[in-house]
Design a protein around this ligand. Sequence first.
Ligand SMILES: Nc1nc2c(ncn2[C@@H]2O[C@H](COP(=O)(O)OP(=O)(O)OP(=O)(O)O)[C@@H](O)[C@H]2O)c(=O)[nH]1
Ligand SMILES: [Mg+2]
Length: 483
Amino acid sequence: MIHDDTIAAISTAPGVGAIAIVRLSGPHAFSIAQKIFFPRSFSPEAKNEKWLPKSHQATIGYIRKSTDEGGFSDDFVDEVVLIPYQGPNSYTGEDLVEINCHGSPIVTREILTMALESGARLAQKGEFTKRGFLSGRLDLTQAEAVLDLIHSKTERQSHLALSALKGALGDEIKAVRARLMELTTRLVAGIDFPEEVGELDISDVEKIVDEAITRLETLARTARSGRYLREGLKLAIVGRPNAGKSSLLNALLNFERAIVTDVPGTTRDSIEEPVDVNGVPVILIDTAGMRTTDDAVEQIGIERSNKAIDEAELVVLLIDGEKAAGHEEEVIAKKLLAVGRNFLPVINKSDLIKTEAGHGFDLKAGELLARALAAPICASTPVQISARNGLGLEDLKKLIERFAISDQSLQELGGSLNQRQGELCHKSLAHLAELKTAAASGLPQDCLVTDLRSALDALDEISGETVTEEVITEVFANFCIGK
Ligand SMILES: Nc1nc2c(ncn2[C@@H]2O[C@H](COP(=O)(O)OP(=O)(O)OP(=O)(O)O)[C@@H](O)[C@H]2O)c(=O)[nH]1
Ligand SMILES: [Mg+2]
């Protein structure tokens, strides 16, 4: 798509920095730059000379205001380095100019204003990337990866986003699409020219569809981990009073965020803190200890602990290693079983445990607790830690990491689907399942083509090949201005 307007924006983060970048993209990007940029190699008196853009070559010079007659005035704004990129070999696929100026908000705003006064208009959120997508430089999965990369909170997240930006996800979708497209063409040919081409054997159709289903299921599985990596995994630490929940929160955060005392019932309100656990962005929630109490404030705190279990994706059931299983653990286990919440059983205060079995806490003592430990919601065997001296914390971190990134698909594909892509992947899979049912019940091959086309449409929406204006607007609305 060719745009007839030229956009401009400050592409670096707001605030003071060593340098900042003002970007221009569109058919007039070079001519606007010529009006405001004056190379240092020119004589200051040569007020009517124009800089000649050489693609991908940096030139040092000045941003200089012009006179009413059109030539340069004596008013200099900043010393800058300017790089022109001639379309289609640019980020947007159009002529693009990057002005590297000094990172003062006053300077950048003045340069932007001069660009706007010279004929550019202010870019909308994500409009540079959107232009890259519309010109075919990036597919929609790559454009979304740019967004992920900008917003990544951990190294793991940024590596995955970069791999998606390089095309890992888009390529896999395209490969599946190509196979299904081939099948569609073959089926249509068989219907249109039955004598020449002949109908396909149904077992061959099923083979190709099964292969596509397997590949799409692998892709779809990455959406769960992708969600944790993008939005953070909510992890609630629950347990009886004094189990060491706040101590564990502090140990994982590496600073004294929560108050720790030996008085049971110290934590009254849930505390949320973000932390990087082996590359997984985790939102830790420390909760009030669960017990029966007449204290009205503590009761509200315990209600909030229950709410934290409801909202969390994973719960650490922290057990006081010095104590025996009791009513408190039964109540928590009941709650976990009722809502089917995944949990990690963690025995704390292992520095105080001296029994031969390794822990003083009898895990089998509580009937409900034993049931929860045996249920699929129990995400691991009990792990022993000491929130006080850090023993076993690395094991716990590994378990959290393994829960968040549980399948191999993410590693193999080097990327994860976001929610939009995941839903479309499931939609495509549903059409392929319908196709299989239709094929098994002996429906004519033209019925299969309808299902195949619907499955292909969903895949095309993932890569953005056929996508509505609304979807495009929604995707790019999440970007910042200047990207
Ligand atoms: N020896 C030992 N003591 C610990 C350990 N973890 C916590 N404690 C102690 O246990 C007591 C209670 O710790 P907290 O972290 O406040 O316990 P909590 O579960 O947050 O308690 P509430 O907020 O009352 O529910 C404190 O005196 C801690 O120093 C541990 O691993 N080993
Ligand atoms: Mg506490």
